[in-house]
Design a protein around this ligand. Structure first.
Ligand code: SIN
Length: 522
């Protein structure tokens, strides 16, 4: 018999911004958070440098923010979602400020805002240059630790959803540090807020554990998946041999930092009227082309920031010190890296997934806000807005349990099985080679064949099956989108095709059917 623990707590899978914020919004409703690492470690939100996009200046408006979001998303943003999210942005910034988030302010108390690519105004509320994610997370973690209705089990990860009649009835979890036998937590509902899939690629800015597992486990349970092919590659990961690759925030380019190659040529001037501040997909393709041509793209902060780069952008200063780069004297080598998954689990405006009793927020969700290319710093904003909406809907759906709800103390049995690290690395390399910045039908078919082999060789490893599920969804949707749009670039279909100017929807069953067709045709 598999062990089962019953609880009246709503289970939140994940421990990033969306998870913490939703847990606080749900209080005093009792929740159980499943956090793969100690709180604050391992969540992408803590690594976010830019900040939160919100029209806080008198000269700016939510309408202008929504319009920039639509433009960057390249024809596939849901306009109603963009209007709603940008309208609510201001309230969330004020609420985070109230909670103690130390946003940068000027002498009059106005928010100091960064300029980032494809924003028509300086609109990114920030903390000490590039510290927004870390500082907001610290503020929320302190609140969560002080909130008695929230139980956090650190060092555990979700593996599978338990369902009955298309509704979620529980979630299987195991230890994430030393693998263990799974335990089923039978619960009234589940909120998935466990991040995106950047780590499915060999070059990524995401923390090491963020490898599409949460999207994959929802897909394996039958949830609808949207926009899976749209993966955003960040143009300026510092190219210093680290995995994951450290980010050099786009706000540096907002401050006037330029992109040059080994010949000293400012190549983005040739490619877009907004040069370094062109939409992120355009800059990423510009950088990738320089790398491929062996011209070593670099971010040059020397004229724009001089020695101030060290104090105004502490995360970058730390990276450079570790890598032996002196940004005051030399330009910083950069390369593209998988950064954000626009696609994910289809999520409606209440934060609901297509399965009953399942909610989603944060990067795992596909809400329709980002389209084919997310506008910078809309990721944290979307996490906040949908965490609150999902929490509100959950609270309406389930009556508060009567009386005190006991904490859970799962006793995990050890497992002999370990993760096959070589298979994970092969999967990541396959994704970068064939499903990365430049895609074509031949490479995508090859990727699907390799993914099928890898999956078949590890049928017992559910964590790996979750990764393979997400990777397969990305590759099949990329194969089906026979055009180029936003972050999705096909060398065999290099133009946008108006016939494809809409979001994509699929399920894992449909992706497997397409994959099997491909395998039969090889
Ligand atoms: C950055 O700071 O460049 C990243 C911000 C984001 O991805 O939203």
């Amino acid at each position: 018999m598999s062990p089962v623990l019953n609880t009246d707590r709503v289970v939140i899978v994940g421990a990033g911004l969306a998870a913490l914020y939703a847990a606080l919004e749900l209080a005093p409703h009792p929740v159980l958070m499943i956090s793969p690492e100690p709180l604050g470690l391992g969540a992408s939100s803590a690594w976010a440098q830019g900040g939160v996009a919100a029209a806080m200046a008198k000269s700016d408006s939510a309408e202008a923010h929504a319009s920039d979001t639509l433009k960057a998303g390249d024809g596939t943003v849901d306009a109603e979602v963009a209007a709603m999210v940008t309208r609510l942005a201001r309230d969330h910034i004020l609420d985070l400020t109230e909670l103690g988030a130390p946003f940068d302010r000027d002498a009059e108390g106005n928010y100091v805002m960064s300029r980032e690519a494809a924003h028509s105004a300086a609109r990114v509320v920030r903390v000490k240059g590039d510290q927004a994610g870390r500082q907001i997370m610290e503020t929320l973690i302190e609140e969560v630790r002080a909130t008695t209705s929230i139980q956090v089990i650190e060092g555990t990860e979700a593996l599978r959803l338990e369902t009955r009649d298309d509704a979620v009835t529980g979630v299987w979890i195991r230890r994430s540090d030393q693998l263990s036998q799974p335990i089923l937590i039978a619960c009234p509902g589940v909120l998935l807020a466990g991040g995106g899939s950047g780590g499915l690629f060999a070059h990524t800015t995401n923390p090491p554990r963020i490898r599409g597992q949460v999207i994959g486990l929802a897909a394996r349970a039958g949830a609808q998946i949207s926009d899976a092919e749209f993966v955003q590659f960040h143009p300026t990961a510092v190219d210093c041999g680290e995995d994951p690759a450290p980010l050099a925030t786009e706000a540096l380019r907002g401050e006037g930092a330029t992109l040059i190659n080994a010949d000293g040529h400012r190549f983005m001037l040739d490619q877009h009227p907004d040069a370094e501040l062109a939409p992120r997909d355009v800059v990423a393709r510009g950088i990738f082309a320089e790398t491929q041509a062996g011209r070593h793209p670099m971010l040059d902060t020397r004229v724009a920031l001089g020695p101030e780069v060290l104090t105004r952008f502490p995360a970058l200063a730390e990276t450079c010190a570790r890598a032996g780069i002196d940004p005051v004297a030399d330009p910083i080598p950069v390369a593209v890296a998988a950064h954000y998954h626009m696609g994910g689990i289809e999520t409606d405006m209440r934060g609901r997934a297509s399965l009953g009793r399942l909610w989603v927020s944060g990067e795992a969700a596909a809400t329709g806000l980002h389209g084919a290319n997310r506008l910078a710093s809309n990721g944290l904003l979307e996490a906040l807005v949908y965490a609150r909406r999902a929490a509100g809907d959950i609270a309406k759906t389930f009556a508060m349990p009567k009386g005190a709800v006991a904490e859970l103390h799962p006793a995990f049995e050890p497992s002999a099985q370990g993760m096959n690290g070589a298979a994970v690395q092969e999967l990541r390399q396959t994704m970068t080679t064939h499903v990365g910045m430049r895609r074509n039908a031949k490479g995508l078919r090859q990727a699907l064949a390799t993914l099928a082999e890898l999956e078949a060789a590890q049928p017992q490893d559910e964590g790996f099956l979750n990764m393979c599920a997400t990777a397969t969804l990305i590759a099949t949707c990329a194969l089906e989108r026979r055009e180029s749009r936003g972050g999705h670039f096909r060398t065999d279909f290099p133009q946008a095709d108006p016939a494809f100017a809409q979001r994509s929807q699929t399920t894992l069953a449909a992706a497997h059917a397409l994959r099997d067709e491909v395998l039969n045709s090889l």
